[in-house]
Every structure is written in structure tokens, then in C-alpha cells.
Design a protein around this ligand. Sequence first.
Ligand code: ADP
Ligand code: ZN
Length: 596
Amino acid sequence: MPDNASPAMIDTARARLKAIFGFDDFRGRQAEVVSRVLAGQSTLAVMPTGAGKSLTYQLPAAMSHGTCVVISPLIALMHDQLRSARANGIRAATLTSADADWRETQDAYRRGELDLLYVAPERASQPAFLDFLSAAPICLFAVDEAHCVSEWGHDFRPDYRLLRGLLDSFPDVPRLALTATADRQTRADVMAQLGIPEGGLVLAGFDRPNIRYVVRHRDNPVAQVTQLMAEHAGPGIVYAQTRRKVEDLAEKLAAKTGRPVLPYHAGLAPEVRAANQAAFVGSEDMVIVATVAFGMGIDKPDVRFVAHVGVPKSIESYYQETGRAGRDGDPARAAMFWGAGDFATARQRLAEVDEERRNAERARLDALAGLVETAECRRAVLLRHFGEDPPAACGNCDNCLEQPGVTDVSELSRKLLSAVYRTGQSFGMGHLQKVLTGVEDERVRQRGHDQLSVFGIVQADEAGLLQPLARALQARGVLVATDHGGLALGGTARAILKGERNVEIAIPPKRERRGRRGDATPNPVGDPLFDALRELRRELAIEGQVPPYVIFHDATLREMAAQRPQSLAALGRIAGVGAKKLEAYGEQFLRVVERH
Ligand code: ADP
Ligand code: ZN
């Protein structure tokens, strides 16, 4: 059997891509995956979020005789996919505990009238299900979130292990495993577990070029997120670390911006949580403030920004959480607002971790600190973390755009660390700054700190560097927090004090250049036609009870506004307008174009 479909077959696939989805061509490595599937080969596709994984089985499913059985871990995810597939005229159904139309779905399957059948892994591995599936032809097994099959992966699900039996019962049906996150070990394991041959890996890069990474010190989270919201009119996710912070931030942001803002955390009643999530998915301008519990199972393509108020758990979680921005390919922002305290707390917790895990956890924190503190391209740091060899600069992160200076602060570090040492490793930065800059207040005098050799040794011109330096040293674990809010020496402090090690820090440019909105939406502002097209989309969304993006993406409306199609044929040539959508909505959109 050849590894790939014939050129004629690929041409047919491209034609169907246009007819069904309205897309002119494949993106990234989609063509390779589709080609293997059409040739009947089993494949593991590792592609970043937003790369368009679902199309790689939906298209072959629509082209082939027989049903594609999709195994997916979350009901919400299945229903999202179902909606989008149906909107494109693909015959799809789900068999989940949340569905009332089981009988109809089963009948349709038996009659061979389904292109896609979505099921959960626990159902898929039941013997009765195998019997049921045997009643009609199957063209493909697609295993979504395939990293769940591996214990190496970050989200192991035992039910996924049972799939092998089902797959092996249909030896002639190709398998397509899909995931956005799998390191080398996980990939090998997934392939072994699902019986995918060695040559069956299609690995796309991790880069998400439309996401702009920005990392800032957190000085006023409400003001910082408010500014972010002012720059992005579209939907956004704000991650905060505790339920209390979620509630507090949501309330303040709503009051300050007047935008719709809702909270999401595990302490809310399930029906409130579900309602808030649904409201967010359907909205074009809502911001949801959430704990990290939020996001699994949401593939809203038009999220314009993801903000972290506080450092994420690891670079892996940062990548996954920020990856929820900009799936539609339009510019999006990932903003992190970090504080030295985030690292201090995390490093304090290391002490409670058993020794075996401690080194790994420390390495995880060091990697995060490296990302936060770097003066290099953030994307390069991220991609190198995932084993890639990226260019030195991306042009779309804060460091590439603003080029922070790197300053050698070894001497100042020695002064600061000595002051920490000589004052007994129990005072916070406020007090240390006074001692170092020679401020004689009551407390300083009482403790006799005005008599220390470090008193007043930092000159005014350097004093401004003390705070950023202290933050950097905390992030690196050179300064650690004590239980009473003081600072003590840790990590490589002694080597620095002895002059064996130098310290450099990145200093961001003095003032953020305001008003530059390089990554702002490409949507036209104040264009009556574009606004009217959006209005129609909103009405149709309400009428069809689907999120607006299921009807058309912004990019499709932008092209309509720019091209002003005068006929159904012209409208059908616009990217994102497939045959089914043309038939369902074409006339109405043409009328709007005509009127403006
Ligand atoms: P993933 O599952 O990989 O995160 P999705 O399957 O949700 O990504 O696709 C992301 C978005 O990209 C979807 O909105 C989809 O319509 C769009 N898309 C997929 N393939 C193409 C393509 N070939 N051309 C243009 N847009 C595409
Ligand atoms: Zn960069």
C-alpha cells in the first residue's frame, strides 16, 4: 500500500476542501495527514492548537465511503465539533450520555448515513459498541487528544488504554491519532499503544506565529488587564490563581471597563459555571476571569487574548493555556503579569516536595524564570524549550519589539545580598532599600542598621535598579522568602557574594509606547458594511442557537466587506464559504452587501 494518496486524489481532496469548507488550500501539514488517511495509512499528527487538526479527519470522512468514528474525551468538545461540522453540511452525530437522539443516531449509522460519529473512550471500549459498529462500514478511527493514551502525557486517561481492542477488531481501518502536546516519549508511547507504524508521525512545529507574547512585571493587575482589554475588543481569558482573586478581578474589571466580564472557578455551582462558559463561547466581546480549570474542551477560535495574572505552573501549561488565543489565525496576545512573590511561594513549596521530585520541580521553575526574565526573543525561548531550533528573533514578542537592555548588576547584587546577610536574613525589600540607600528611620535606627557597613552604599542613580534586581534574584531563587515575609539567601547567593558569579538583568524600556497597536484586530473600524455583516451574523447565530463563529469567521466577513460580492458565485469564492453555508446564508449576506 502506498504511504500517500495519488496526486489525482489530492486534487480531488483540494476541490472538496473548497466545496465543503470554502478553503482554497491546506494549511501547514494538513495535506500530508489527509494524504496518508486517504491512502489508508495510520498516522499520529502532532500539530499546535489552531493548526486545523479536525479538518484532517472531517474532510476524508466526507470524501470516503463509510463512517469516521471519532474518539474524543469531552462531551463539550464533541458538541462544539458537531455544530461546526453540521454547519458545513457534514453528516455528524454524537453518542453521549447527554444525547436524547440515540435511536436516530444508531439507525442513521446502520444505514450508512453518517460521515462522523463522535463517542467517548469509555463507550468506545465496550463490547456492545463493537457489535454495533460492525453493522456498517467504517472509513477511519480518529483518536482526538491522543496524548491521553500515554502515561507519559500530562493527561493520562485509563479509558484510552482500552481502545486498542476496538481498533484491532477492525484491522483494515486506518487510525489517525491527533494531539497538540506530546513530547518525544509521549509520541513514541502513543504510537506503540495505538499500533501506528514508525513512519506514521507527522510532526508540525510548535510555533503559533499570530500570538504575540508579552511578559511584564505585575504592578497593578486591574490597570494592566484594563489596558489589555482596551487594546482588544474581542473575547479574552484572564487566568488568576485562586477563586478569591478570580471573583475580585472579575468584579473590578467589569466595573472599570463596562465590558461583559464573568468569573469561572470550581467553587461556582455547576449550572453557573456551565452558563458562564456558554455565554463566553457565544460572545464576541466577553472576558472570562478563571482559574486554570477553564479552557479544557473549549475551542472558541476567536479568543483575542489570554492573560496570566500570576505565573503559570510550567512552560508546558503556559504554552497550552496561551494556545487558546487566536485559533482562527488572526492576531492575538498572550500577556503574563508576574510577581516576585509568585516565584517565592513556588520555591517555598519545593521544601515540602519529596526529594525525588524536587529537582524536576526546581528545573521547571528555573525554566519559567528563564522565560520571564529573558531579554531574548520569548518565542525562541519557548520553542527551544520544546526542542526546536528557532530563529533568534521573531519580531512579534515584547522583547523583539522593545529590545530591553541587559545590565551587569553584579556589584549591586553583592551590595543587596550583603545587606540581606548583615541584617540577619529576616527583612523585606522595603527595609533593605532604606538601609542600602541610607534612609534613617525609626526602625533602621532601633535595629542599629545605620551602623552597618552596607548602610547608604547604594547611590541614587542605582537605587532604581534595586527593585527589578530583587525580583530577578527571587525568580532565580537567589533570594528566598522567609515565613515572615523577609528575604534570605538561597541558591547561588554565596557564589555571587564571593565574586565567582556575575549577575545580569534585563531592563525593560522606561515607558511603554502607548498607542501602538501592532497586534490589534485587522477588522476594519467604523466600516458600516463590515458592521452590518457582523450584525447579520449575530442575528443568524441567535436564530440558529450557535456561536457567531460557527456561521462565519471574522476573516470571512472581512473579505466580504472588501470584495463586495454581487452574486452567489462570487460569494462562494470567498475563503470560509462552503456550499452548505452559501446555500443557508448566501442570499442574506448578499442583500446586506447590496444595501451598503
Ligand atoms: P485544532 O483542532 O488543530 O486546534 P481546529 O481544527 O479547531 O484546530 O481549526 C482551527 C481553525 O482553523 C478552524 O476555525 C478552522 O476552520 C480553520 N482552518 C482549518 N483548516 C484550514 C485551512 N486549510 N484554511 C483555512 N482555515 C482553516
Ligand atoms: Zn520575539
